[in-house]
Ligand binder design. Sequence first.
Ligand code: SAH
Ligand code: DHB
Ligand code: MG
Length: 224
Amino acid sequence: MSEALWTAVDDYIADLLIPADPALEAALAASREAGLPPIAVAPNQGKLLHLIARLQGARNILEIGALGGYSAIWLARALPAGGRLITLESDPKHAEVTRANILRAGLSDVVELRLGRALDTLPQLIAEGAGPFDLIFIDADKQNIPAYFTLSLKLCRRGGLIIVDNVVRKGAVIDADSLDPDIQGVRQFNKLLAAEPRVSATAIQTVGVKGHDGFAFALVTADL
Ligand code: SAH
Ligand code: DHB
Ligand code: MG
């Protein structure tokens, strides 16, 4: 198995199941033109997030890590009238690209972007009483996933879902001796997840246009 084959299969799936969408395509093009790294979720992953948000009946969604707003657009489009999405982003340039992409997608009234490090903005959201959220998507820096998960538990309702991107990292996650802080972050998060009695969780490996990686899913089963 090779990345070329995984990519070809992703393209095949996207061609069949993911209709061309001007706002999403424009968001990717603008992100590319602005020099943002090509690390948004893949189209079929974006649609998976969208479908999960709809299954969840999500009205309040929190995203940690906006980049250019690609996954935010997928998620925001799952919201019913009156729903909202808050996305957290620390890089001013990424935030600017996200704002333009959200505006172009016609979602400026639905999506609120908060500029700042999520370790600062998450406690602000808690202090404001911004929650509870029905769905939280953690997709920022990987060292801080444990902290983001812990803070997310304070913001997520019972029955809410926390999804974490990039929990496999080409399989490096199983290397306990890894010196990579991203890997240590993911491993520490997995330990927290395993020990957390208030969630029921799993993780799924993925291959595709983004290589070999994975998502973790944690359903909040008890009041927090
Ligand atoms: N969710 C996006 C991809 C996010 S990439 C999508 O799929 O379309 C990760 C993003 O997290 C980057 O834009 C990066 O600037 C941001 N980020 C990194 N560290 C952060 C921090 N401490 N707080 C908030 N955002 C951060
Ligand atoms: C990286 C970050 C991501 O969120 C992702 O999905 C893929 C790669 C990265 O920082 O390399
Ligand atoms: Mg990611």
